[in-house]
Design a protein around this ligand. Sequence first.
Ligand SMILES: Cc1cc2nc3c(=O)[nH]c(=O)nc-3n(C[C@H](O)[C@H](O)[C@H](O)COP(=O)(O)OP(=O)(O)OC[C@H]3O[C@@H](n4cnc5c(N)ncnc54)[C@H](O)[C@@H]3O)c2cc1C
Length: 379
Amino acid sequence: MYDVIIVGAGYAGAVSARRLADKGKKVLILEKRNHIGGNAFDEPDDYGILIHTYGPHIFHTNSKDVYDFLGQFTKWMPYHHKVVGNVYGKFIPIPFNLNSIRLVYDEDKANNLIEKLIKEYGRETAIPILQLRANKDEDIKELAEYVYENVFVKYTGKQWGVKPHEIDEAVTARVPVILTEEDGYFTDEYQAMPSEGYTELFEKMLSHPSIDIRLNTDAGDCIKLEDGHIFFECIEFNGTVIYTGMADELFDRCFGALPYRSLRFEFEHYQKDSYQTEAVVNYTVNEDFTRITEFKKMTGQQAEGTTIMKEYSLNFEPDTDMIPYYAILNDENKALYKKYNALAANYENLYLLGRLAEYKYYNMDAITKKALELCERMV
Ligand SMILES: Cc1cc2nc3c(=O)[nH]c(=O)nc-3n(C[C@H](O)[C@H](O)[C@H](O)COP(=O)(O)OP(=O)(O)OC[C@H]3O[C@@H](n4cnc5c(N)ncnc54)[C@H](O)[C@@H]3O)c2cc1C
């Protein structure tokens, strides 16, 4: 009856479903949660404030194709995301830029530093802090130390549960100081929010006569893999299966569990118009949570009162109701993933797609692009 069964109704699953349905395929989606949208799902809370249930999602891309594809299902509301770091009570733009320097140092020292940096690296450049730390100039080195200590190291420790010496140098190398006066978290050409929210975007994307959705349905209960054959509800299924759940779970964790970081969210509502200056404030040196998101500032919603969310990072424990959010990418874990991927390769019509199935981080635009490309190849 179906040409394709898709496990998961997040970006990977929903984009694939829509593209394949548009190409004439009959698609069934199995989703274990009671809603579509995966981690991008949003909904009004008890106070009518639109919240992002699984953490703040801001759309940004340089791909016009992706922007236009998703734009069929939503109007885009331009939104330029800014983040500040709370460093011992001072609010500093992140990524660290010329405005941040002026906030941290007195006028003379800041001007002197900015002059030296621009002379050496040029305006509008992004310099990794490892490079700044290697600079011979004592003032520049001091700046690099400040950023490393107060913006990066404790925050990264909270996020990944690691000690400073356990942080890969390659990760540190990517943290930049940007020689610009433009505050902004992303540099992509298109930066926007779906005007009516992500859930509505998904509802429109999946509203197609050739797409059926079964919510509250765990694929583990109805799909079985055996000796190169796929069975759906005990009958051999010869169509295509796109699986966007955890790769280890698909094979009963036969080689062991793939490690992930999870998140815990605490929501608070306030009867005031505004809680903080920007949508997201990172707590880079103190507090146990990593950041506070104030949703109205991101979604542009006009409403009385405001809802915020505190985000705590912790290790994922399999077989609990925790959600795996971030793959912990190191050589050992990548090697473990490869074993599961090799098992999947024994099933000709099985495709692993998405942040869980591929054990990697994708932004929303990147997974949309990947799903569109996969469907192009399949048809
Ligand atoms: C806190 C956080 C913030 C983020 N912010 C941004 C951002 O600002 N901008 C951005 O571009 N990206 C952001 N992302 C990334 C974004 O969430 C991902 O790109 C996107 O979720 C990937 O989609 P996916 O379909 O691969 O995974 P998911 O969204 O996780 O969807 C997978 C779906 O499969 C279902 N599923 C799993 N196993 C089974 C099973 N056995 N049976 C049935 N269903 C199953 C799950 O319930 C889920 O609905 C963020 C991610 C996190 C964690």
